[in-house]
Design a protein around this ligand. Structure first.
Ligand code: P4A
Length: 435
């Protein structure tokens, strides 16, 4: 104990220190500029501070999770991984950037990336453990949603930094990479080919499960409506991840809605458009759609860990949860879509879109079909990382009750939310409805 205690208190001090700094968001343009002028020493000096800052910011937030969740064994494991990785990186604090230091740093980054490979599943497991052992109230559910969005976003950003450094300066055989790529960024990313790639891989699985799959109709046009190949600066593996997820959903909806009627499947239509500010990829299916009330649920982690919603057709296999994929783009995507039948696919895909200030939206016509739109920034200097910051404002979300509305209504779920909240809040001043 005499040995361990000072080590932990040292770690706690370092955490306090690094969490005071805000993460420094980079734009895709900065990633590219940096990659082209590739200086390993500069990258090392930047990362040995920036990585501990990003790790410390999110570790401080883990500590604020509802106690019930913090006590779950899986969450403890994740916590431990973060502590170990943080400790490993701050060892480089005072090292001179000699060749051997740079080499060790690269090895450490690879080790850290591997250690954290199962973080998404493990956190999801923790949420499952919580649901199975406790009654989860509304406030807890909100805190968990808020936390997981920030936690997974932080992870995406940390892996982006690690991937750039190790791809640019590590000992990978360069033949593995397309020559034009700068780390995992493609300066002339051909969106159409990423769409086709994601479609083909989703269709392969769809055919396996349903013995049938809808066709793809792809349109690409510029802002004048003229057909042309759309290329932007982007991370193809991120886009692939989102589109693969959306294709799986669309295919599932189409096949389940139309049955196994061989030729009658309406195609999935994808339109890629480049405007002045945004580049949009719109995916439209005629899979029968879903009510608005379900659309919101599809982005909730606590909902995703419940059994998949499926048309009550005993002959169909719920598709989305059972997909297992190896990634096909560049081999460097962080692959993390499903845990045995429970998908975090949509919420995490939306994070990928938001990471560079894009977005992912679902618009569904109940009874008809669903449109999914992925928005990306057209200009690489506007595509800045969106990073969670640990501060007073973020801290509040874990303590205070959720914002209550001040509209009357007869929607059953809304009323039950208010009631659940009344029971769990001590302070009546925060409940503004019907009190
Ligand atoms: N209709 N439309 C969609 C789904 C249904 C849909 C669906 C039944 C629901 C859950 C699911 C997969 C599909 C769609 C496109 C989307 C999302 C949902 O992007 O057609 O598994 C999570």
């Amino acid at each position: 104990m005499r040995v361990v205690a000072p080590l932990w208190s040292h770690l706690a001090k370092m955490l306090d220190f690094y969490s005071q700094f805000n993460p420094s968001p980079l734009s895709i343009k900065q990633f590219i500029d940096f990659g082209l002028n590739a200086c390993e020493r500069k990258s090392f000096v930047f990362l040995r501070k920036e990585l501990p800052v990003r790790l410390a910011n999110i570790m401080k937030e883990i500590a604020l999770l509802p106690e019930n969740l913090l006590r779950m064994p899986s969450v403890g494991m994740v916590n431990q991984w973060y502590a170990t990785s943080f400790d490993e990186i701050i060892q480089f604090e005072k090292n001179d950037p000699s060749n051997s230091t740079l080499h060790d740093f690269c090895s450490s980054l690879v080790k850290i990336r591997n250690r954290h490979a199962d973080v998404v599943q493990t956190m999801a497991q923790g949420v499952l453990e919580l649901k199975e052992s406790h009654e989860v109230d509304n406030q807890t559910e909100n805190s968990v949603q808020y936390f997981l969005d920030r936690f997974y976003m932080s992870r995406i950003s940390i892996r982006m930094l690690i991937n750039q450094h190790t791809l640019l300066f590590g000992q990978q055989p360069p033949s593995l990479l397309t020559s034009r790529q700068v780390g995992c960024i493609d300066p002339v990313c051909d969106l159409g080919s990423v769409v086709k790639d994601a479609y083909e891989n989703a269709r392969f699985l769809c055919d396996q499960y349903y013995l049938n799959s809808p066709e793809l109709v792809l349109k690409e046009q510029n802002e004048l409506g003229v057909a042309s190949e759309i290329r932007i600066v982007y991370v193809p593996s991120h886009l692939y991840h989102m589109l693969f997820e959306l294709f799986k959903n669309a295919m599932r909806a189409v096949v389940e809605h139309h049955g196994s009627n061989q030729d009658a499947l309406p195609p999935i239509e994808v339109t890629i458009v480049k405007g002045k500010e945004d580049v949009c990829v719109k995916m439209s299916d005629r899979g029968g759609g879903i009510p608005r009330s379900v659309v919101d649920q599809l982005f909730k982690y606590m909902y995703s860990t419940a059994p998949q919603p499926s048309k009550s057709d005993a002959h169909t296999v719920p598709l989305a949860g059972n997909f297992k994929m190896t990634n096909s783009v560049n081999g460097n995507v962080q692959h993390e879509t499903t845990i045995a039948g429970y998908g975090y696919g949509l919420p995490i895909s939306r994070l990928y879109a938001r990471y560079f200030h894009g977005d992912l939206m679902l618009m569904s016509c109940d009874g008809h079909g669903t449109d999914a739109i992925v928005y990306m920034k057209a200009l690489s200097d506007e595509a800045n990382e969106l990073l969670p910051v640990f501060n007073k404002t973020s801290t509040k979300f874990y303590r205070s009750s959720i914002q209550m509305g001040d509209w009357s209504g007869r929607v059953a779920t809304y009323i039950s939310k208010v009631k659940a909240n009344r029971q769990s809040t001590a302070s009546p001043s925060e409940v503004s409805v019907g009190s």
